[in-house]
Design a protein around this ligand. Sequence first.
Ligand code: SF4
Length: 284
Amino acid sequence: MADFRYDKATWCPGCGDFSVLAALQQVCVRMGLEPEDVVCVSGIGCSGKISQHFGSYGFHTLHGRSLPTAQGVKMANQDLTVIAAGGDGDGYGIGVGHFIHACRRNVDITYIVMDNHIYGLTTGQASPTSKKGHKTKTSPAGVGEEPLKPLELAIVSGASFVAQAFSGELKQMQNIIEAAMKHKGFSLVNVFSPCVTFNRVNTYEWFKEHIVNLDEEEGYDPTDKYNAMKRIAETESVCTGILYREERPAWHEYVLGATETGTVKQTLDITPADAAGLIDQFRR
Ligand code: SF4
């Protein structure tokens, strides 16, 4: 059986990111994937360490840049299962431009955001998803802005799979991550992943009290975009489950054709002498 354990995670005891790593490892085994079939591309922050702790190929990129790197990996080799991962500061702050374009581009990757509503690695500053009024080191009088709404932003930007999970509900998170990885196209899994050290407001208990599980809502239809937007707004974005999904061709199917496997599998119709000449031109 494949083993996706690599090294001992160094997150604080109780950090929600442990559950995300465990869910991802278990789903990969459940799907029969081998470590060499999978690439995990992460950004900067506590959550960015996931590419080091996960026993697949890994790429720890620059701040906010996991999505362009992950899309490039998938465009180059369609045979790989590509996971992009990061936190709310990384993905919805400096990386938010990439996020919007990844949603509309629909490259077949899964983006897991460990959303703890704070910057953890830099010891507790307000992040794009910090709630209005939250007092932090950078907002001693309380955050003055409305929080960024990643689920709504993903849907209006054209994401074809939008889900939300909670680190305190491992089984549901596994099912959501598996569905996201099987989805053809860009899938967002925003995970409430509490920072037990620097966010004393949005704790496991806080999420348990506030979460509305739409997977348990009878008759909830995730293909109904307008109802998805309505329920997300009604629950003030504290809902979990597969919130929206849509079948449409992924980027490579639309642009390259369904049988195209990406540039790494293409044979170059040039001689070694031609290749040497090309390299020589770049040297000049
Ligand atoms: Fe997790 Fe917060 Fe510790 Fe970072 S600082 S490892 S987010 S608990």
